[in-house]
Design a binder for this molecule. Sequence first.
Ligand code: UDP
Length: 244
Amino acid sequence: MEKIKPFYVLDVPVYPYTMDGAVNFLNSQIKNKKQTFVVTANAEIIMMCQKDAGYKKIVCGEADLVLADGAGTVWAGRKLGHNVPERVAGCDLFVELCKLAAKKDYKVFFFGAAPGIAEAARDKLLAVAPGLVVAGCRNGYFKEEENAEIIEEINNSGADMLFIALGAPKQENWLARFRAELKPNVLMGVGGSFDVLAGKMDRAPLWMQKASLEWLFRLYKQPSRIGRMMVLPQFVVKVLQSKK
Ligand code: UDP
């Protein structure tokens, strides 16, 4: 399946897929055994790219599919005159891909978060994706010398999709570094999604998600995020300046 054309937000290519479009595209990539590195780019990630040249190279040059996560990215795309059909949030795409896996007999591997969290997320997912085969779970706290063993564990599991929850930019840096050695066809960073599914971290109520206020809810739940969130007004200013 041919990839659609991206639009650019502060030099970051964003592919304006709908949720269904993204799932169909990734399904065809798995069928064709084409490894696809997915980044769901919110405003924070796009701002990290402005400040970290190495990370920018990964998101802009090495990721195969960058999707519009977060109200900020959708707003920016539309403000810059592009047709952005909808937000494709990483956590939602992760759940949809698990449903696809259950339907098509693809295996998944969950790598990241604190001990026990990936397993708890798996148990919750089985309710919405019955029959899902989670070929392995591994927590995200490890030493440099454990990388080889982690890669082997992932490859030996026979997983078709690898979901990695180390937070940005760590998860993308890890995937970019090791993708050539990894066998799964879908490689995707999912940030705090395992925590959300495990019930360790609440997701904003639907009305807040629809009103583009999920960021406010996260700030209310984790006030320590304020430092990270200070980049959001800078993002707005930079996008408006790039429009001129
Ligand atoms: N994490 C991890 N290993 C690390 C650092 C973080 O497994 O060395 C996990 C952490 O436990 C959490 C996730 O990565 O589950 C990061 O979540 P956060 O909400 O910060 O990510 P975001 O969605 O904002 O990228």
